[in-house]
Design a protein. Structure first.
Length: 453
């Protein structure tokens, strides 16, 4: 046994250090079932253990990769045979829920859905929500500045984190655990770590903002016959459901057709409409919320913004509607893109993209859905062929995006997958500052090496 592994075992105990053949049983990620490659995967249970592991690796100039629930989309948690992996899944305690201040203190390995369930029982809401809720961790959500389906109302992770505890590569523990919303005391250091994808420090504890749990929920899937109608509807719902609108998720026809039909999800509406929108509002006045929602749908019908609709009358019906939007296995394998651009440029971009894919890469197609109110589109391009084809698709997706002033990453981050394209959105000055910050906290470049910058 190497001295490194012996030292890791001394810190975390033998059963929490995975090596050799045991690594073969551990998938690389949600998206990649090939085995984890690493010297060892170590699973600390406390901040002190995380600190000791990092200090050890720092002394030995040993590279370290940080992993949460492994659902990230841009290979930010991928490791090589030369890395030690720190998996945060044993830091899984909800430490405190303060109902008066509306703050939860959690360890970073807590699974998002476990926190959601715990809070629901107390009449509270942590509003981050995304399809990976059953596996992703709060630490991973912080590290990727996750967004999801409720950004429209509550914002991304940056808006939802009040405080952080982070361990730097040399083992220093930075405690920025201030539970107040207002705290203008110099640089807001926690924001530096949010969205840093495990390259600046390991998040061990988080203070999260909580909200009252809405008691009424209205959900509908609607069909629209043009993108102009979708945009008109968005303006209507933002005004008329102000304060209660929580989701406005748009699916292009090619996405809807791809996930519904024979052997797939049951289509709640006909499959011939150009656009489908999942709308949800959540409030505290069940009777009047319902009337407001119904009135809105009626007005939108009269204005021609909606041509068909189905309203969920039970939680089961709601879940069935959301399955269409969230469960996209039928269109996999494909390359997944996560871009943002101004709403009014979306269809020009998606039309151009489809046209270029068809003419330049025969037989390649795109399907589109997105959180359009956030300017965010998810695009699947397929069918998967090989790495060369993937690189060509990247060039078309990102190359076309440039002239529309879009971002190559709306919410998934950069990781390894988008690193080559970061300079589309960031100037040399910005990239230089990012490298400067990295070199202050991790001068030898040992933490999540090669990711982001
Ligand atoms: C089905 C599905 C739907 C998704 N939907 C959305 C969506 O709607 N919106 C969205 O924003 N994202 C979405 N994602 C991707 C999203 O980034 C992740 O689901 C989630 O935020 C990552 O959490 P994780 O614990 O799985 O992190 P991992 O995948 O393990 O890691 C992701 C990154 O964070 C770093 N990291 C993890 N934990 C820590 C830590 N404690 N400290 C420091 N760095 C850490 C890793 O090094 C890596 O760079 C989706 C993914 C899936 C599979």
């Amino acid at each position: 046994m190497s001295t490194l592994i012996a030292d890791l075992i001394a810190i975390a105990s033998a059963k929490n250090v995975i090596t050799g053949d045991a690594l073969l049983e551990r998938p690389t990620s949600y998206w990649d079932s090939s085995p984890t490659r690493a010297i060892a995967v170590v699973k600390p249970a406390t901040t002190e253990q995380v600190s000791a592991i990092l200090a050890l690796c720092n002394r030995r100039k040993q590279t370290v990769v940080v992993q949460g629930g492994l659902t990230g989309v841009v290979q930010g948690a991928n490791s090589s045979v030369e890395d030690v992996v720190i998996s945060l899944t044993r830091l899984d305690k909800i430490l405190e829920v303060n109902e008066v201040d509306g703050v939860a203190q959690v360890e970073s390995g807590v699974v998002l859905q476990s926190l959601q369930n715990e809070l629901t029982d107390r009449g509270l809401l942590f509003p981050l929500d995304l399809g990976a809720r059953g596996s992703c961790t709060i630490g991973g959500n912080v590290a990727t500045n996750a967004g999801g389906i409720n950004v429209l109302r509550y914002g991304m992770m940056r808006n939802l984190v009040l405080g952080l505890e982070v361990v730097l590569m040399d083992g220093t523990v930075v405690s920025s655990m201030y539970p107040m919303l207002k705290n203008n005391t110099g640089y807001d250091l926690k924001q530096l770590f949010i969205g840093s994808e495990g390259t600046l420090g390991v998040v061990t504890k988080v203070l999260l903002r909580l909200f009252p749990l809405p008691v009424s929920r209205q959900s509908a899937m609607i069909a629209a016959d043009s993108f102009e109608s979708v945009v008109g509807l968005l303006q209507q719902v933002k005004a008329k459901l102000a304060g209660t609108l929580s989701a406005f998720e748009v699916m292009w026809n090619n996405y809807y057709v791809g996930v519904t039909g024979e052997g797939q999800h049951r289509p709640p509406l006909g499959r011939h409409y150009p656009y489908y929108v999942m709308i949800e509002s959540e409030g505290f006045e069940p009777e009047s919320d319902k009337i407001r929602f119904q009135n809105l749908l009626e007005t939108a019908f009269e204005a021609g913004q909606i041509v068909d609709a189905v309203v969920a009358n039970s939680e089961r019906e709601r879940e069935e509607l959301w399955l269409v939007r969230e469960e996209f296995d039928p269109i996999l394998p494909a390359y997944l893109y996560d871009i943002s651009l101004p709403i009014q440029k979306m269809t020009a971009y998606t039309d151009e993209l489809e046209q270029r894919l068809t003419t330049e890469l025969n037989g390649t197609n795109s399907v589109v859905f997105g959180h359009i109110a956030d300017g965010n589109l998810h695009i699947f391009v397929g069918p998967y062929q090989n790495e060369n084809h993937h690189a060509n698709v990247d060039s078309i997706v990102y190359g076309s995006l440039q002239k529309y002033g879009g971002s190559v990453s709306a919410e998934h981050g950069i990781g390894l997958g988008k690193k080559a394209w970061l300079s589309i959105n960031r100037s040399d000055v910005e990239l230089g500052m990012m490298r400067g910050i990295k070199s202050i906290v991790d001068p030898d470049g040992l933490l999540n090496p090669g990711k982001v910058i």
